[in-house]
Design a protein around this ligand. Structure first.
Ligand code: ACM
Ligand code: ZN
Length: 767
């Protein structure tokens, strides 16, 4: 080895060479260990190698280690309780290490894994498994490691589609491979109740079954159904079995009983729990049902207490998830029982929260206290902040980071799971015609990887309230388990980096290298996974100093990439990609990997160029947290969005906010038109701009209007993109202000009438 650094004395004695350069390390491991130091020599595992442990307390971990070594080497090693000697793989506990941390040393004499607890030993075993997958010759190394976050979650919705006990166990095995420790198990929904509750047998006799399921997207017209009964549930015995299976893998199972909304399956079973008394049926379509628990009926509190009594018996988890998301208040507004309770409690609209939102808080507080008295902590979706959050409740921030930030600032613990990059029911390929139907969105592996769970605006004290990170798998459009695996793998690999490693340190190229041996483990275990990382992965960035769009191309496994910029098909004769491309004119980039002459799936991106592209931009009004993505710069990045408004291409302005963008052209330039493009998806409350004003300035302070136009209102269901560019007499200027008003109130004919319109803007255009 070529390590030139001076050898510290102690390291020399134990045969470890400290090396500043990580290039000596041949291991590619996900999640990245905290430190890896190369040593001398290597360790050869043979059939006589023992796994030794000091006492039987670590038998469980030794068993897993034996399985993993068999998986990677084909050798089944014996496990023995005995004093450690040479040529062994020893595991032990060292209380001085962090609880979930471990030290893994590979030397020519043997392998040692010491963990701060049995969990630490387990993670050390996962890492040894990945060392073997990455370099089976097992070069000497010292790895010191511990997780960045204590909460490392994966969510699984088994209600929209039912998954068997064995499938849930495989999901748990997959989690263990990614060092995750919290399974958020979404067990109840409008479309199915999945947990046996002995006191309420109809919940599973009736509520676990729906007579059929909608085909295709739930917004398709006409609606079509498959006519097939769908359902299933877990008996209490099966649940205990799953909880114990997970615990052996150091995974805690958090049940979610989603209340007071998403309760239609329970209402179908016990109609007296709803405001109208029914009849109800288990839902056969997707969305958010208006029928929710009747908060004014004392019976629901008795029902919830009884259900949770049994849930607590099955689930030892300190955390219990009580939902709280998407609870429409329409039924409560018209229910005499709900309104009577609102009066009795003296709840009023206060301009911030409605009395019905406060009624939901009352329900959530009841459950929070009930569980608190029994030693449990509740987690709720970020809607629990509306109307006042119960003390001690943990907020799961899903509609963006805003809820999490607000909660952390108010001193509540938070779990980050923002929809924009941690909803793994979103598409992971840009060409949706090549993907299985998904709910929408676009969340490639890179977006997951680049996420940072600790928002910059939190100070150190507030940041401590971020307990961790989770990705969610909703299964409306995930009908079977191989599909579920495809949705989470390898996005979980990127998630694991955020959960386990310092999330602020990012190196996507390194990650793409490390994920390759991990996919080898997926293959050995028969896990189905998405292969997009092996094709061209492009990152486009807007460099306002260079006035260029910089295109970086890469693919896992570092194959040859060839590209063209004129829209012609890339072939073995095309340019070989060696370093980032700086694009300064309209280009159609096409690129493809060649592995042994074999083409991968093609990447294609059209970059449009106008005078505003890759210039400095600032916004007077900020986009909504949920649709801000990379921020203002996205309006000058040369990339155009289509009608998929959540694709990450559009900035979304909420609550009637409009666009107010100032472009600094860098120098005085003659221009004769300016505008922007807009996305209209009326079904989702996204409307066209109402009007636009263009003004110019030489100093960026004093602006004068040079063009203005009003636009026609959308009068029927529309999904379209629209470019509004206003022409004017040529003018020389440096700064251009593009302002566009939102529609304001959603028009009367739309189902969202009564709320404020969204304005979705993509590219600024100046010619
Ligand atoms: C959610 O996605 N409704 C939490
Ligand atoms: Zn009611």
């Amino acid at each position: 080895m070529k390590c030139l650094s001076l050898m510290p004395l102690l390291a020399a004695v134990i045969g470890i060479v400290s090396c500043n350069s990580q290039s000596e390390i041949s291991y590619e491991i996900v999640p990245t260990p905290k430190t890896m130091t190369a040593g001398r020599g290597s360790f050869l595992i043979n059939d006589n190698t023992l796994i030794s442990l000091p006492d039987s307390a670590l038998f469980n971990e030794a068993g897993f280690l034996s399985d993993y070594i068999a998986e990677e080497t084909g050798k089944r090693l014996a496990v023995a309780v005995k004093p450690v000697s040479e040529k062994e793989i020893s595991i032990d506990i060292d209380k001085k290490l962090p609880e979930e941390g471990y030290e893994l040393t590979v030397g020519s004499d043997g392998v040692s894994i010491r963990g701060g607890s049995s969990a630490g030993v387990f993670y050390g075993a996962q890492t040894l498994r990945k060392c073997l997958a990455s370099d089976p010759s097992l070069p000497a190394v010292k790895i010191e490691d511990e997780p960045a976050f204590g909460y490392r979650g994966a969510h699984f919705d088994v209600s929209r589609h039912f998954f068997t006990v064995d499938e849930v166990k495989t999901y748990i095995d997959m989690m263990a491979l990614h060092n995750m420790n919290m399974l958020h198990w979404h067990l109840t929904e409008d479309q199915g109740w999945r947990v046996e509750i002995k006191k309420y047998p109809r919940l599973t006799e009736v509520g676990a079954w729906r007579k059929e399921t909608i085909i295709g997207n739930s917004t398709d017209v006409p609606k079509r159904y498959d006519g097939k009964l769908h359902g299933g549930y877990y008996t209490q015995e099966q649940i205990r079995d799953i909880v114990s299976y997970a615990a052996k893998r150091h995974i805690n199972v958090i049940p979610e009983i989603d209340l007071p909304g998403h309760m239609l399956a329970a209402l179908a079973s016990y109609p007296e729990l709803g405001c109208t008394g029914g009849p109800y049926e288990v839902w056969t379509t997707w969305g958010v049902s208006d029928d929710v628990l009747c908060a004014g009926n004392p019976k629901i509190y008795e029902f919830l207490d009884n259900v949770f009594d049994e849930v607590l018996e099955m689930f030892p988890s300190e955390y219990i998830h009580i939902g709280g998301d998407e609870c429409p208040k329409t039924k409560w507004q018209h229910c005499p029982k709900c309104q009577a309770l609102i009066s009795k409690l003296g709840l009023t609209d206060d301009g911030v929260h409605t009395k019905e939102q406060k009624l939901q808080s009352y329900v959530m507080k009841h459950v929070t206290e009930y569980l608190g008295e029994r030693g449990r902590k509740v987690i709720g979706w970020d809607e629990i902040l509306e109307g006042g959050v119960a003390p001690g409740a943990i907020v799961m921030s899903w509609r963006g980071e805003k809820g999490g930030i607000e909660a952390a600032k108010a001193g509540h613990d938070v779990i980050m799971t923002p929809k924009s990059c941690l909803y793994f029911d979103f598409y992971q390929g840009k060409d949706v015609s090549k993907e299985p139907l998904a709910i929408g969105g676009y969340t490639p592996v890179e977006n997951v990887y680049m996420y940072n769970p600790v928002p910059a605006e939190l100070n150190a004290e507030q940041a401590r309230h971020i307990l961790g990170v989770q990705a969610n798998l909703w299964t409306e459009y995930v009908p079977d388990f191989r599909h579920a695996q495809y949705m989470v793998l390898p996005r979980w690999a990127a998630l694991a980096e955020n959960q386990w490693r310092d999330p602020a340190v990012k190196d996507y190229d390194k990650f793409l290298k490390a994920v390759v041996p991990l996919t080898g483990i997926y293959d050995k275990n028969g896990y189905n996974y998405a292969k997009h990382i092996f094709d061209v992965n492009a990152s486009l960035s807007t460099d306002v100093e260079l006035n260029a769009i910089v295109v970086t191309l890469r693919a896992a496994g570092d194959p040859e990439i060839r590209y063209t910029t004129d829209g012609s098909e890339p072939t073995l004769e095309s340019a070989v990609y060696t370093s980032p491309l700086e694009i300064r004119q309209a280009s159609d980039i096409r690129a493809v990997t060649f592995r042994n002459g074999e083409k991968g799936a093609e990447f294609e991106e059209n970059i449009s160029f106008n005078k505003a592209t890759a210039t400095k931009i600032s916004l007077g009004v900020q986009p909504s947290d949920s649709y801000k993505y990379g921020g203002a710069i996205m309006l000058v990045d040369g990339l155009r969005g289509n009608t998929m408004f959540s694709s990450g291409r559009w900035l979304g302005f909420a609550d009637g906010d409009g666009l107010d963008a100032v472009i600094d052209l860098g120098e005085t330039v003659e221009i004769s038109s300016a505008g922007a493009s807009f996305c209209i998806v009326s079904h989702d409350g996204i409307f066209d701009a109402k009007d636009m004003t263009i003004s110019v300035s030489d100093d960026g302070k004093e602006f004068r209007d040079i063009a203005r136009a009003d636009f026609q209102q959308v009068t029927e269901e529309t999904a379209a993109t629209k470019e509004h560019v206003l022409d004017f007499a040529p003018v020389k200027t440096r700064y251009v202000n593009v302002k566009a008003s939102s529609e304001g109130d959603v028009p009367f004919w739309n189902w969202l009438a009564g709320s404020k319109a969204w304005l979705f803007v993509d590219e600024i255009i100046i010619r």
